[in-house]
Design a protein around this ligand. Sequence first.
Ligand code: C2O
Ligand code: CU
Length: 449
Amino acid sequence: MRPPDTAGRRHDLTFIAAEREARLLGLSGPVSRVWTYTDDPFGVTRIRVGDTLSARLINRLQEHTSIHWHGIRVPNSQDGVQYLTQPPVNPGETFTYEFTPPDTGTFFFHPHCNETGQVGRGLAGILIVEGDEQEPSHADIVLANKDWRLAEDGSWLAFDTPEGAGRAGTFGTIRSVNGVQAFSADVPAHGDIRLRILNLDATRMIEVGVEGAEAYVIATDGNPIAPFPLRSWRLGAAMRLDVLVRAPKPGQSFQVLDFFSAEPWPLATLKAVESNLRSRPFVPKPLFASHVPRADLKAAERLTFSFSAATGAAGFVQAIAQDDPLGRVLLDSLCVQDATFWAINKASWPNASHRQMPPPLTMLEAGRSYVFELMNATPHPHPIHLHGHTFEVLSASRSDVPRFLADTVLLHPKERIEIAFVAERGDWMFHCHILEHLEFGMMGYVRVV
Ligand code: C2O
Ligand code: CU
């Protein structure tokens, strides 16, 4: 079923990447110098499917930036990767993105060089594409999980460390949801509450569960799925989960918890307040099905990608062919790190001693179906993200459902996962979303022609 046709409004928005002040250590705590797109740190933009977004990025930072629209199937030219799909947006410059998101869902956006430093200081925004509900929910609440690397005086600690970058990543010193340490909100009693849970952390994996109310998973990375009861669901960095919860009676609360912590960590406490809704059976309606093209699994070409530590040789990658326009591109210091710890199929993203754009990890044919087999040869989980595509996860050992749609998939140690998709033309980044892992080598791109 399709969502009802919409008028197709146009939204002209301006995002000013700039340093602003925020009290992340509590309202009476010290001020921190955050980098954000709007005055509201986790500003949420809501549009309807069929609407066109025109987003003007103005860079008031001291270094270049861009906006990558994570999980949205945009044309390659709007994908926001410095050097690969657009020139860096230098300090003082402006760049306007324009696209019509083809899918409903819960998305976010962020820059693509110095992600540890820029996203680490808060540079990210949330984009919601509405129009998927057959039955309107009674409340729609965004929960954005993100730790901060802050000293007690509110100043920043180093965003990457050799110990973290070479292992599971460097964790923040304080946790937050929507920028606060104990997020709570009121919801209508007996209402159907839609929770849009985003893991925007650089590193941390969370395992989401709900206590005190019945909860169903309704979308993975924003993609509708036939509702099933939520037991717990792991979200690596950049992953999202939409959950529908039936609120309890007035005066009662329910909690959204992270079960991956030593002690379950409350992501949110939601209190039911008087409403005109009555108690009734809870049978969540599925969201309108997505329009994501599905791979033809019989005809699909299969390719294997191994995610591993860098070997000595992998630190040095070949340069792209000189007759390729990207062959003349030299990556600047914001887009490479000094060291290399990680690799995909033994190739690593370049480091400071080798700044030429690497060749694509593989060449694909536009319109063709592919199955990527992802293998984890490390002792750490890696949330693996492919730009510009929504793929079907065909097999994942730690999932409650046989198949689901995603743009980022959590690859556990020793795990082998298959993802399937139809290739779209362009150069698309393919990387782990633990920010230190991508910056220190676990990143490349595929070329679809
Ligand atoms: Cu959130 Cu390269 O992406
Ligand atoms: Cu990783």
